[in-house]
Design a protein around this ligand. Sequence first.
Ligand code: IFM
Length: 398
Amino acid sequence: MVKSNGVGFLWGSATSAYQVEGGNIWSDWHFWEKQRGLEQCGQAVRHYEKFAEDFTLAKQLGQNAHRFSMEWARIETAPGQISQSEIEHYRQVIKTLKSLNLKICLTLHHFTLPQWLANQGGWENNQAIEYFKRYVQLVVKEFGSDIDLWVTINEPLVLATEGYLYGHWPPQIKSYRRMIKVVNNLAQAHQEAYKIIHEALPQARVGLAHNFFSLEPYRRWFILDEWATIRADNFWNKWLMKLTTGSHDFIGVNYYFHQRVLFSFNWSRGFVAFADPKKLNKEISSLGWEVYPSGLGEVLLTIWQRYHLPLYVTENGIDAQSEAQRASFITRSVAAVKQAQKQGAEVKGYFYWSLLDNFEWDKGYQPKFGLIEVDRKTFVRTPRESARVYAEICSDKI
Ligand code: IFM
């Protein structure tokens, strides 16, 4: 396994604030769930109180790094109004990670917005970029030197399409034009954050986490499926990277989807459709997503060949049907990473999604992505069998 900068390969797992902390009453998701009468995030998994226990478990499970996000909505509860107690909270979080000798990968923005900003149009409003810059400056000032890897924004394209094209997530808009505006603003926000972090910390390693797809034509003999695959690649894999050219010290790769692409028209997807893996009798997760670990290696190699930048797998995980499936998924995914390394890709870390079972957005608490199971009534944590399998991989000094 290739070693990175004397730090070694990062083996970790990831979480995001809203999905695990609990008690977040300031974010757009909180308001939206209430308004819509949906399953509420509520206490999440009480990571806000239990973070030390959770990080200790991660350490005991052989991990040497952790990816988490700060909740902007908690820190800035009204425009310009900073909560010192929340700053102190995150100081404790960071101190605890450091005391356990876990490298820190910090995400600045993972889907949720302060409600006051959502009220002003969220990422559709150019002013959001200015607000984001101010928040980033604050985080850099408070915690800058403690962070090993910076992820500015998590999955900008997922945020934009779910919220502004498919209308599944807040603010539930269905408009191609408005989605494009949001993507452009998110890309600019990333670039501004990149500059701010580097001005203060020239040695910082800054990137974003992008949801890359592994793609193949559904019917290899059909030229229009080939064409649709190229279009899907342009949209899902290349577009955001192009908009943010020059502001990546590394690329954060979130990998979940292998899609078999077919030519067919749909207003929100254009001429691109994805075949249903269930109907094709492929291995699937509980969510019905195709399980295709070798796609991770293919994606890593392609990105490496396109950009020649260091790569971190910032997310890769499964809502598994069984522990055997999760363990096998992890083993096969790591093998794919190693294969990509052998072929020349500079991959420097792998973060399983997720450390804990958590709130899976519009799908609520049903999906179970965690290495650690969390009892929904008692909040007791129990590492799963797959966590032990991953621990063996993490401690393997290759
Ligand atoms: O839970 C999400 C996470 O917030 C972003 N990436 C994908 C995960 C699984 O859907």
